[in-house]
Design a protein around this ligand. Structure first.
Ligand SMILES: NC(=O)c1ccc[n+]([C@@H]2O[C@H](COP(=O)([O-])OP(=O)(O)OC[C@H]3O[C@@H](n4cnc5c(N)ncnc54)[C@H](OP(=O)(O)O)[C@@H]3O)[C@@H](O)[C@H]2O)c1
Length: 353
């Protein structure tokens, strides 16, 4: 059963939604006027004044329309309230900087206070927005409830939720010459356990479900605060959920495929219920992070050698700005819903899907 989206939405005096221009609606009349201007000889002075006014309105509207194409409009996140899980390192930190540097107020969530504090110290000073740390484990329902209460007590609404926290789980050797050897690698190996699959899945899949559903009321409030705006959930999945190779971690790749499908399920059910919250996923290729580099520096930034990724068509791992572009596009584009965007330097082309 489908329901109509609720509009127009009641305006709230909230910090989290800036106003949007609707100048394109007023283009048609003045444009036709400018193409066929009536002869001024048979016009009264008043009519002429009126026409002049309309002509100047035309050029004003035309330039206003051009304004809609400015980067500062298209990718506007100024004043938005965002929450990013795992914002203390790697891709979550890149997303945090992309939003906060451009004027958003970003709550970063992780289990390690020191990491979050280091991010605030290194990257939260002298920027247009704000970075605010909150310590929480998002694989616990009680912690998610606490998180919602915390945001509710500080903000009227939540504009952007980025479910980024994730873990990799154990790896196994997949290459084998015989069935016996393959069984030894994948079944007998003592790091290959049900527990490893379940803990990887817990962080990478149901956590996205519970975070998204817990924040629905605050996200919907952001959409209702201004006509034409839709709040958004961005799940950080992975190309690991798309490629045909297990990349030596079956559990992780299966969990990321589930995260991609969960994105579609949530986007669909939320829209079916007439709620105005977009749900999309970014599927990164290889980016420097604590997961891929094994560590980070005092500024919580990680580094991986370029040479290791020579087979990727881009011949390098992803950069901060590659992820920033994807995050700003996914957060700001009001017409994007239910999609997974791979930002991978062509990794999928090389690995095959
Ligand atoms: N880097 C890549 O190449 C790549 C590629 C594709 C997809 N991804 C995905 O990108 C996301 C971010 O990973 P990353 O590569 O940036 O690795 P990362 O640096 O290890 O970041 C993961 C972050 O999540 C936090 N976290 C983990 N479990 C948590 C929990 N239960 N509650 C709250 N926070 C938690 C971690 O902080 P604490 O440990 O302090 O809690 C950490 O800051 C993951 O979903 C990952 O699967 C990464």
């Amino acid at each position: 059963m489908s329901h109509k989206l609720r509009a127009p939405f009641k305006a709230l005096t909230s910090r989290c939604v800036p106003s949007y221009k609707t100048s394109c609606l007023s283009l048609s009349t003045p444009l036709s006027l400018s193409m066929h201007p009536p002869s001024p000889t048979n016009l009264s002075v008043n009519n002429l004044k009126h026409l002049r006014k309309q002509f100047s309105a035309t050029s004003a509207n035309m330039s206003e329309s051009n304004n809609n194409f400015l980067l500062s409009e298209v990718f506007n996140v100024k004043g938005k309230v965002a929450l990013i899980t795992g914002g203390g390192s790697g891709i979550g930190l890149m997303a945090t900087q992309a939003l906060a540097v451009n004027g958003a107020k970003v709550y970063i969530v992780g289990r390690t206070k020191e990491k979050l504090d280091a991010v605030v110290k290194s990257h939260g000073q002298n920027i247009a927005g704000e970075i605010i740390p909150i310590v929480a484990d998002v694989t616990q329902k009680s912690e998610i409830v606490r998180l919602v209460k915390e945001i509710e007590s500080r903000e009227k609404c939540l504009c952007i939720l980025i479910n980024n926290a994730g873990i990799a789980g154990n790896t196994q050797q997949t290459e084998a010459k015989t069935a016996e050897e393959m069984k030894k690698n994948l079944f007998d190996d003592e790091s290959s356990t049900f527990e490893d699959w379940v803990s990887t899945y817990r962080t990478n899949v149901p956590q996205l479900f519970f975070m998204t559903t817990a924040f629905l009321p605050l996200l919907q409030k952001a959409s209702e605060a201004h006509h034409g705006y839709s709040s958004t959930v961005i799940n950080i999945s992975s190309i690991s959920g798309i490629v045909q190779s297990s990349q030596h971690h079956f559990g992780y790749n299966a969990s990321k495929a589930a995260a991609i499908h969960l994105t579609k399920l949530l986007a669909s059910e939320i829209a079916e219920n007439g709620l105005k919250i977009r749900v999309n996923s970014i599927a990164p290729g290889v980016f420097p992070s604590e997961m891929t580099a094994g560590e980070s520096g005092g500024d919580q930034k990680s580094h991986i050698e370029k040479d290791k990724y020579a087979k990727v068509p881009a011949r390098r791992p992803g950069k901060d700005e590659d992820m920033a572009g994807a995050v700003l596009f996914t957060a700001a584009n009001q017409y994007l819903n239910g999609q997974t965007i791979a930002v991978d330097g062509g990794y999928i082309l090389h690995a095959g899907a």
